[in-house]
Design a protein around this ligand. Sequence first.
Ligand code: FES
Length: 584
Amino acid sequence: MKQEKSPFEPDETASSTGMRKGLTSYGDQGFSLFLRKAFIKGAGFTDSALDRPVVGIANTGSAYNPCHGNAPQLIEAVKRGVMLAGGLPMDFPTISVHESFAAPTSMYLRNLMAMDTEEMVRAQPMDAVVLIGGCDKTVPAQLMGAASAGIPAIQLITGSMLTGSHRGERVGACTDCRRYWGKYRAGEIDVQESVDVNNQLVASVGTCSVMGTASTMACIAEALGMTVPGGASPPAVTADRIRIAEQTGAQAVHMARAGLSIDRILTPEAFENAMRVLLAIGGSTNGIVHLTAIAGRMGLEIDMAALDRMGRETPVLLDLKPSGQHYMEDFHAAGGMATLLRELKPLLRLDALTVTGRTLGEELERAGPGFPQDVVRPMGNPIYPQGGIAVLKGNLAPGGAIIKQSAADPRLMEHEGRAVVFEGIEDLVNRIDSDDLDVAAEDILVLKNIGPKGAPGMPEAGYIPIPRKLARAGVKDMVRISDGRMSGTAFGTIVLHVTPESAVGGPLAYVRTGDRVRLSVKNRDISLLISDEELASRARQAPVQEPTAERGYRKLFLQSVTQADQGVDFDFLRAPRMVGKTPR
Ligand code: FES
C-alpha cells in the first residue's frame, strides 16, 4: 500500500519555517511536530492557519506599565495587519519594565528583559517578530534581544501620552513633573497645588510626552530603519497609532517572506543615522548608552570621538521640551520624523535599508515635500547650534563622560569650583536638604556610587537636586557630576556616565570635598585639579571594594555588567567579537 506523506514530516533544513521551526527536543522530530500541532489545535487553530508564516508579537502589556496601556488595542491591530497579509499572528508575553515601578531602577532590569526577548524569540516558532515597546528601557531591551536573535524583527512603539492642563498651563511628564516638584521643594507652590498638578501631568496612557528617553528611543528606532515610516511619533491613543500597528503587522509578514533579517538593517550606516538623529532631536543622554548596547550586539563599537565631531556639525532642530517648548503630539502634527529627516537629509546615510525593504532615502522621497510648521526648525535657524550632547574626557573620567549641553546653563559650561561630595544616594538624601550643608551656588556637587555596579543599575540619580537652602535662595542650576544617568526629561549642567565608575575604583571614587574641579565644555574637559601622585596615593590608602552579591540575578548582574562605554550590557551578551566601528 502506498504510504501518504505525513503532515508531521519534519523539515530538517535551515530554511524550515512557521510551526516547523525550532522543534522541541524529544528525540523524534516527527513526534515533536505532531505534539506541537495537537497542542495548538487545542486552541482551535486549523491546519490552513498553521501553514502560514508565523509572526510573533512581543506583548509587553502590564498593569504596572501605563506607558504600554494601549497594548491590547495595538495587538488587535497588529494581528489584523498580519492576517490581511496572509500570516498567522501569535502574541506572547515578555517582561515589561516601567520607570516608576522598577526597583532599584529600570536599568537594572533592561538586560534581563533583553535576555527574555532574545530567548523567547529564539525558542518559539516564528518567522518574524513585532516588538511592542515604548517606556524607556523596553525599546532598547527589545532591539538588543532581537539583534542577537537574528530573525526579521520590526519595532512598534506604543506612542506618547497626551498633554494635560493645570490651571491654564499645558503640562506633560516628565519635564513638568520635575519642574513642579522643584517649585514644591522651593516652597513656591502649596500641598493642594502639588496634588492638583499630579492629576494632570500624565493625561492618558502612553510614554512621556517630552524628548525623554522613550521619545528618543522611538525616534532612534525609526532612524535605524526598525519601524515603518512615521512609526515614532503618533500618540498612544490616536487612530494614527492604530494604523501604524496594522501596517507593522502586515510588514512583518512581508519581511518574513523576504527573509529580511535584522542584520541587514542594523548596519553601521543605520547607527550613524541614529546618532545623527539623537543629536538633532536634543535626545536623552540615555540614548547613547542604549545605542552602544544595541550596536555591541551587532559587533559594532560606537566611536565616541566621532559622535562628538558629529555633534559639532549637527544642530538641534527639534523644538521639544526639555531643550525647547513643544511636546511629542506637536511633533506628530508637524509631520513627525519625515519632517526632521528631510531637514537632516544632507547629513544622512540615505542608502541604509529599512524594514520596508526600501532605503531611508527612498522612504523620504515617498513621504513627499512637507508643509509649514514650527516644531522642526530649518538647519539655518536651529534651537541650539550644536548637537545636544558633548563627550568629555579628563583625569576625572579617563573612559569618558557626557553632558547634555542643550539642556545646560550656558553660564556654567566653563566653570571651576569646589567639590561638595556625596558618597552615595543615601548620603545625598541625608544631607542635601540640611541647613548645615556647607555649600554655595558656585560649588560643584559630586555624587559617587551610582554607576552600573554602584547602585546597582546606574539609576537616573545624576540629576542631583539643588540643595534646599540654595533652591530657596533662587539658585536654579549648578554643575553636578556623577557616574550615573539622568532622565532625558531633566535639565541642568549635569555631567553623567563618568567612566570608570567609582564603585570599581575610577578616579571619581577619590574626590574629596574641598578639591577643585574644572568643567570646560569648549575643551571637552572634566578634570580633578590634583596631581597624579596625590590621586594614586589616595587610591593606595583607601582602595575600593567592588560590590558583590551571593546569589540570583544580582550576582549575575554584578559579575557581568559592563561600563557605560560598552552600553552597560552584560559582557556575555555582547557579540563574541567586535567587527567594526560606527560611523565607519
Ligand atoms: Fe514610561 Fe516615561 S515613564 S516613558
